[in-house]
Ligand binder design. Sequence first.
Ligand SMILES: [Zn+2]
Length: 135
Amino acid sequence: MLIYADFNGLEDSLVDADMAVLDLTGYGTLASLSRHGVQLRVGQRLAFSDFDGLEVVGEIGFDSARVSERSSGWYARFSRGEIKDVSPREHDFATHLCFKCRNDLKPYLDKVGRSFVETCPHCGTPVMAPLLPPN
Ligand SMILES: [Zn+2]
């Protein structure tokens, strides 16, 4: 299982110079998590990749201080040296399956827009379900 992530958002870790932090936000990552039925948990290890073939396994963390309009607060943490450059990966951006009922939300999102607050018109599950803050 490979989750889409935007590696343009790679940052140096402020606490450990050898480590990098990748923000897990955006509809690409959201759709990918929803497709795989993954709700992020602190300490979980997941593999991420982008379209260009950058790939890394990271440990999931959440920092409420990171939460903003542009960030869910969730991130993956790993050593920069662990990032592999493999062959380009396919990620399906043509569908956005509901986390719960598995209906394709893309036509609905195309109509109402993407503001991280939408709910599934079929079952009412929030589009943000995979990225809900930890309890
Ligand atoms: Zn649904």
